[in-house]
Write a protein that binds this ligand. Structure first.
Ligand code: SAT
Ligand code: MN
Length: 618
């Protein structure tokens, strides 16, 4: 396709040789790798096999390049700390585009540009962008390679940090490529370049990137083009770009749901198991909730996933959910030995990449909230000396640990089931200081879609921009819906028509973050959230009470198991309160949101909004 590449440039002898001796005969893949190499002009091409030898070689190279610091082998075996460019620390939503054929298909919540125009613009940016670097070919699969319908992708990147991180976050390498080749499988093209070519004799920097960033999805082509950033969801393209944005478009066409949800396995004292998935915006405690340590007697929790859930429906119309990822990319600050010991154990096992945390003097890592005591001295995420009175955080608020999921002690064995686990309930949650009660149960599926579709949350450090502003974040998917947000809500509503209302999971809405008048948290959170989980499961089992309020069924304090809870009665009451006055003040925000969605907003959402207003009275 000469119109994309323009003038063809010669490959280096090394790159030619890597193509000649490629470990695959997949024609489309070979043609695409050649096309990208001719455009980006890498010095070499490397086919990632996913082996431990490859990891050892790349991590050593990254240490030599100054990108990685090898951590104390005794404390954190086979683990590394990376420090990004201070301008490349989070997802860049204003630089993220859904380039569907029409602007309307991308909808009012996504940035859009004509796909041909975008391809033209980015082709010029990619031209020569890998000069002096290696082009890595990473075959990967989201979900199990043994699934009946494995979802393949291939990421082409000039970042070894990305290769190492993708090895943790997904199943990558030769076994994936072999299956793709044998079945001549379709794969999602995921092109990534740091946009930092190295000219002859030019010295490299520890974190190459480009200030001009583009995170682009082409939903109809199922393709991803990312340019300029080396961090997280901008660069590990299997994660948000594929498993949410592209997968949501695939799911829309195929009749399932690709969602920003953790998956929790809960076992009640009688041994009955429920699987619950929960949607929260980035950096609202999904990883901590996924690894909850229940404080309520006799209840057990295990983790299936911490960020992404693919919900499909079996022949009987019953929902089954898989976690398509193989690792955790968790927010470090606030994750500690007292708040999330399961995560701490997982990272302490090693094989972990930390990014933008602080370094301790004995070759370990630290971040705010990791330990009760603050170290006397650290090297902060910007490489500066740090002491407790430095007056700035030691770790970046969006610093992360990237760790293999099978190092989580409480990983449910069913995580490995290629077809997933049955889904009992969906929980939506946001970060709200006011208004939204600790938990409510939706009256039915449609009301649940309304709750999720009008979900609101204060913004966090997971994306660039102002922190603490309330915004509507439908199903916690605002930055991740790969098409029109109105059509997305329509799709959610259609699921019940398609598979039967009786098959729909229960829907609940939680808020761990409500404040009391004196500004403190009304609810203690963390392990105590298991009391809410217990109420949810008991509701599903028909053995818990609740009162019908305007916003759903809400427990009274007496309906919650509060045995042994160290919290003031008035705080619990404040956490559970439904104040019609406060909720009436929500309505203009909902109206504004509906106006923003515009023409594609399903009529049912307006009906739900009217019904809410009526229940609120005046
Ligand atoms: O950077 S990521 O998009 O992978 C993490 C997040 O924002 O949830
Ligand atoms: Mn996330």
């Amino acid at each position: 396709t000469d119109n994309v590449v323009g003038t063809r440039a010669q490959l280096t002898a090394e790159a030619e040789e890597a193509l000649r001796s490629a470990p695959t005969t997949h024609e489309r893949l070979l043609a695409w790798v050649r096309e990208v190499a001719e455009l980006t002009q890498p010095a070499a091409i490397h086919w990632a096999d996913g082996s431990r030898e490859e990891w050892d070689r790349l991590t050593t190279e990254l240490v030599d390049a100054g990108t990685f610091v090898r951590l104390n082998e005794e404390k954190f075996p086979n683990s590394f700390a990376a420090f990004s460019d201070p301008e490349d620390v989070a997802r860049v939503e204003e630089r993220t585009f859904i380039c569907s054929e029409t602007r309307e298909a991308a909808g009012p919540t996504n940035n859009w540009m004509d796909p041909a125009e975008m391809r033209g613009l980015l082709t010029e940016k990619y031209r020569g962008s890998m000069r002096g670097r290696t082009l890595y070919v990473i075959p990967f699969v989201m979900g199990s390679l043994d699934s009946h319908d494995p979802k393949f992708g291939v990421e082409l990147t000039d970042s070894a940090y990305v290769v190492c991180s993708m090895r943790i976050m997904a199943t990558i390498g030769q076994p994936v490529l072999d299956k793709m080749t044998a079945t001549d499988a379709f794969f999602v093209e995921a092109l990534h370049s740091l946009g930092a070519p190295l000219e002859e004799g030019q010295e490299d920097v520890a974190w190459p990137c480009n200030p001009d960033k583009y995170i682009v999805q082409f939903p109809e082509d199922r393709a991803i083009w990312s340019f300029g950033s080396g961090y997280g969801g901008n660069a590990l393209l299997g994660k948000k770009c594929y498993a949410l944005r592209i997968a949501s478009a695939i799911a829309h066409d195929e009749g399932w749901l690709a969602e920003h949800m953790l998956i929790l396995k809960v076992t009640d004292p009688e041994g009955k198991v429920h699987y619950i998935s929960a949607a929260f915006p980035s950096a609202c405690g999904k990883t901590n909730f996924a690894m909850i340590h229940p404080t309520v007697e006799g209840w057990k929790a295990e983790m299936v996933g911490d960020d992404i859930a693919w919900i499909r429906f079996d022949d009987a119309g019953k929902p089954r959910v898989v976690n398509p990822e193989a690792g955790l990319f968790g927010v470090a600050p606030g994750t500690g030995w007292s708040t999330n010991p399961n995560a701490m154990h997982a990272v302490a096992e090693g094989n972990t990449i930390f990014t933008n945390v602080a370094l301790t003097d004995d070759g370990g890592v630290w971040w705010e909230g990791m330990t009760e005591e603050t170290p006397e001295h650290l090297i902060d995420w910007k490489g500066q000396d740090w002491t407790p009175d430095s007056g700035r955080p030691a770790a970046h608020p969006n610093s992360r640990f990237c760790t293999p999921i099978d190092q989580v002690d409480i990983l449910a064995p069913e995580y490995h089931d290629p077809e997933g686990v049955p889904l009992s309930a969906i929980v939506f949650g946001g970060r709200r200081k006011t208004t939204v009660p600790l938990v409510s149960q939706a009256f039915d599926w449609e009301h649940g879609v309304f709750q999720g579709g009008t979900l609101s949350s204060e913004t966090t450090a997971a994306a660039k921009g102002q922190v603490g502003v309330v915004r509507r974040d439908p199903m916690a998917m605002l930055p991740f819906i790969g098409y029109n947000a109105g059509d997305y809500l329509k799709h959610w509503l259609s699921i019940s028509e398609r598979y039967g209302a009786e098959n729909m999971p229960g829907v609940f809405y939680v808020n761990w973050f409500r404040r009391t008048p004196d500004g403190g948290f009304a609810w203690p959170g963390f392990g105590e959230n298991s009391r809410v989980v217990k109420w949810i499961v008991d509701r599903l089992e028909g053995r818990a009470e609740g009162r019908e309020t305007a916003v759903g069924v809400v427990p009274s304090p007496a309906d919650l198991d509060l045995t042994g809870l160290d919290a003031a009665e008035e705080d619990i009451a404040a956490a559970l309160a439904v104040d019609p006055e406060e909720w009436r003040r929500e309505l203009p925000g909902i109206d504004e949101w509906f106006e923003k969605i515009g023409e594609h907003l399903p009529e049912e959402m307006r009906r739900q909004r009217a019904a809410l207003e009526e229940r609120l009275g005046s």
